[in-house]
Design a protein. Sequence first.
Length: 129
Amino acid sequence: MSFSEKDRNLQSKTGKEFQIPGAAESIATGIAAALKAEFGSTPAAFKTVARLTRANERAVRNWFEAKNAPSAENLVILMRHSDLILRTVLALADRPDLVMAIGLVALRRHLMDTVAAIDGLPPDLADPG
């Protein structure tokens, strides 16, 4: 059985991308930059992201190359594992207040780790007085 020419197209042939009004970059470009900054752009990075999201490696490579953006489900998984991707999505959604809140949470976590490291020092090094 052959398909007729009138069958439904699975992909748009217009080449148009969805863009957020007022955003200078597309979603795919923003996510690709965040993925490269967070994971690098090596084949090992593709495999790591594919393992995290359970997506096909070729699909992940397309995300890194900004040919496609991850699906909503995969984007949520990526945001769980990367504060940078979460901040990128919030920035693309024009939510600077939430981007700042994420930064404050990360700073608090860093300060707590620093205090814990100081508390773990021997008493003669931890107390300067």
